[in-house]
Design a protein around this ligand. Structure first.
Ligand SMILES: NC(=O)c1ccc[n+]([C@@H]2O[C@H](COP(=O)([O-])OP(=O)(O)OC[C@H]3O[C@@H](n4cnc5c(N)ncnc54)[C@H](OP(=O)(O)O)[C@@H]3O)[C@@H](O)[C@H]2O)c1
Length: 265
């Protein structure tokens, strides 16, 4: 049998209980990576770990944890060390969105979203990045969104959090140049998962146009892009076209357009 590329290495995937994270974990397992899966839902995580371990003959451990809690990343790293595990690849996928006007929104929920989407991502990357550079292998796959390419009136904090993820990932990609460490930022457009339900975006114009992609195809594209050390991967031609177009349009036009698609249909 041919050696799989991940044999002997371990990928930590956050947000691996549901949605895109489950399929990203499967891509790594299929290529021979052992898995550490983190999210809050213990039952779902255990089920995913057992299923992927069996299907792909890898070791998989589930670590239930709230990464939105301050210090959640450090607590996860401490648990990983306590279990005698190491991390070669970090997949920062856990995240959620909040739809609606900023005025009247719940302040602690907005800050909690930033803590998960950006703070925990930086915390975990800061912990594992030096080891990757020292070994000259492994890498980071961050999940942003097509929301990263422009501001998002009526979903302002979420769009801004994903712009942060994109900017941070691109900078690390450059810092890792020639080091043998792979960095990629996956930017999905609408994708079938629990995201819409949690974010409350089900009634927006955006949710009524076009077809959401499957989480499995989004994950496959993300994994392939990461393997190729592609700095930024926007999933699907239509999303890639839109992401390129907004860079060329006047900002005020883009703001009006985004406000329109984020408004109730
Ligand atoms: N679906 C889309 O349309 C879309 C588009 C662009 C980008 N994205 C991005 O894709 C990523 C994955 O989202 P998804 O679409 O797969 O949504 P999802 O089905 O809601 O999955 C989100 C994952 O994040 C985990 N998570 C949420 N809060 C957490 C916390 N406090 N601590 C630890 N884990 C937490 C969830 O697990 P628990 O609830 O068990 O903790 C779940 O495993 C997110 O970063 C999202 O912003 C999604």
């Amino acid at each position: 049998m041919n050696a799989r590329r991940g044999d002997g290495q371990t990928a930590l995937v956050t947000g691996a209980s549901f949605g895109i994270g489950v399929d990203l974990a499967e891509c790594f397992a299929r290529d021979g990576y052992n898995l550490i899966l983190a999210a809050r839902s213990a039952d779902a995580l255990n089920e995913v770990a057992a299923r992927l371990a069996k299907a792909h003959k890898v070791a998989a451990q589930a670590i239930p944890i709230d990464l939105g809690a301050i210090g959640g990343g450090a607590a996860l790293a401490a648990e990983i060390e306590a279990r005698g595990l190491t991390v070669d690849v970090l997949v920062n996928n856990a995240g959620f969105g909040i739809a609606g006007a900023f005025a009247g929104s719940d302040g602690s929920e907005q800050l909690g979203m930033l803590d998960l989407n950006t703070r925990a991502l930086v915390e975990l990357t800061h912990i594992y990045w030096p080891g990757m550079l020292a070994k000259g292998r492994g890498g980071v796959l961050n999940v942003a969104s097509t929301a990263a390419f422009q501001p998002g009136p009526l979903m302002a904090t979420y769009y801004a959090s994903k712009a942060f993820v994109l900017s941070f990932s691109e900078a690390l990609w450059e810092e890792a140049r020639g080091a043998g460490v792979l960095v990629s930022c996956l930017c999905p457009g609408p994708t079938v998962s629990k995201f819409r339900e949690r974010a409350g975006t089900g009634k927006t114009r955006l949710s009524r146009v076009g077809k959401a992609m499957s989480s499995a195809s989004v994950a496959r594209m993300g994994y392939q892009a990461w393997r190729a050390n592609k700095c930024v991967k926007v999933t699907g031609l239509r999303n890639a076209f839109t992401a390129a177009l907004v860079q060329m349009l006047p900002r005020e036009t883009v703001l009006r357009l985004v406000r329109r698609i984020q408004s109730p249909a």
